[in-house]
Design a protein around this ligand. Structure first.
Ligand code: GTP
Ligand code: MG
Length: 409
């Protein structure tokens, strides 16, 4: 037996290491995340402490399991789901459970994870885990990696597993919501899968919806759900074409509904997922004179911050803190400025609404991709380094909307 004090010292050193590591994780360092996951996967000295520290961080994401037979399009779908979540301004962790032996894992992996276009987006972190030869069970390993990713601020974790074995059932048990991907042309497989993974599915996906037989499969899946099941109990069935992204919005809607209903994951943060950490940053009010307008707000009891002139926009501003947001009074310093023209044309009044979002670039791309009319051709950098862009009133119900990046950007 070793000396007691020796073990204490080791525990202490490990504890400190865990804390340091956790601090780096919390700061969003991608390299720290990679190292932490390796440490936890290897299960070496300090890994249990690190996992414990991560758990204590209190951060929890929504864990979505995606499983189904080989080649069903799981990876393609996970890619689209990750894209969707990014579009909501949230960060994503992906765990691809690689069914190959750990010794050949690397070679197969490129093939198995079909995720492209995320290079350079630190908001998506992809990691594979070999399913064979794991000590302590695959599910435990996956759970621990989830915990580490969550401590590092990943708000959604997508876990891909292949097949219908016990391993997959265990792994999906780690997930808050499990998506079972089926495809037309599986023959009797739907029947044989019934005994295994079928029961753990919270949402069924009929993927390759562009293929013949998708409609029939969808009908089969619906029919298979116990006759006695009430509408409310029935598991949603969503048809997708993973290669184009069709149906992915609907799928995510179903996933979030299940999660919210069952209060799973960060049920509370779920609102967040749908709303993407959106909050009101400020309301911009165009006035002829800040000096004349501020009196009312002062009467209300609001304090008016220092006035500031933004030269290049020919505007003078005063900030009035209001809860977590503020009112921004805008006074033109030149008639031929944006605010000057606005007041001349429409009179004083609400000029814009500024919404803060965690992933301003992803949001820009998403809105652009959806054909929303933007009033900025790119994400701009404003005073103090904050990043923003404008959405044209034609797309918003008549008001100019400013989208501002969240704190960490
Ligand atoms: N036509 C069509 N092809 C699809 C669709 N979804 C995926 N595929 C194709 O199906 C093949 C397999 O897709 P993957 O996403 O790798 O499937 P997987 O389930 O992850 O496969 P494994 O991880 O190997 O089990 C790829 O060639 C995809 O392009 C779809 O909706 N329609
Ligand atoms: Mg795959």
């Amino acid at each position: 037996m070793r000396c007691g004090w020796g073990r204490d010292i080791i525990a202490d050193v490990n504890g400190n290491t865990s804390e340091r590591m956790l601090a780096r994780l919390r700061a969003g360092e991608t390299r720290a995340l990679a190292r932490a996951i390796s440490l936890v996967e290897d299960g070496g000295a300090g890994s249990a402490e690190l996992v414990a520290a991560c758990r204590l961080s209190g951060r929890r994401g929504l864990r979505i399991g995606v499983t189904g037979p080989p080649g069903a399009g799981k990876s393609t779908l996970v890619d689209q789901m990750a894209r969707w979540v990014r579009g909501q301004g949230q960060t994503v962790g992906v765990i691809a459970v690689d069914p190959s032996s750990p010794y050949t894992g690397g070679a197969l992996l490129g093939d198995r994870i079909r995720m492209q276009g995320f290079e350079g987006d630190a908001g998506v972190y992809i990691r594979s885990m070999a399913s064979r030869g794991r000590m302590g069970g695959l599910a435990r390993g996956v759970e621990e990696v989830c915990t580490v990713m969550e401590a590092a601020g990943r708000q959604t974790i997508l876990i891909e597993t292949v097949g219908v074995g016990q391993d997959e059932v265990d792994v999906v048990a780690v997930a808050d919501v499990t998506v079972l991907v089926l495809v037309p042309g599986m023959g009797d497989e739907v029947q044989s899968m019934k005994a295994g993974v079928m029961e753990v599915a919270d949402v069924f996906v009929v993927n390759k919806g562009d293929r013949e037989g998708a409609e029939r499969l969808e009908a089969e899946v619906r029919a298979m759900q116990g006759l006695g099941a009430s509408e409310a109990d029935s598991v949603p069935v969503v048809r997708t074409v993973a290669t184009t992204g069709e149906g992915v919005g609907e799928l995510m809607g179903s996933v979030l509904e299940v999660a919210a209903r069952e209060q799973k994951g960060v049920g509370r943060e779920l609102r967040g997922l749908a709303e993407a950490g959106l909050r009101l940053d400020h309301l911009g009010v165009a006035v002829r004179s800040i000096a004349a307008a501020r009196g009312f707000y002062e009467l209300l009891g609001m304090s008016v911050g220092a006035e500031e002139t933004v030269e290049h926009e020919q505007v003078r501003t005063a900030m009035l803190p209001l809860g977590e947001s503020r009112i921004e009074l805008l006074e033109a310093t030149a008639e031929d400025s944006v605010i000057g023209r606005f007041v001349a044309k429409r009179g004083e009044g609400l000029h814009h609404i500024a919404v803060k979002v965690d992933g301003v670039d992803a949001m820009f791309e998403r809105l652009k991709g959806e054909g929303v009319r933007l009033a900025s051709d790119a994400v701009r950098v404003g005073a103090g380094g904050h990043r923003y862009f404008f959405v044209h009133p034609a797309s918003t119900g008549g008001v100019l909307v400013e989208i501002v990046g969240g704190g960490s950007e």
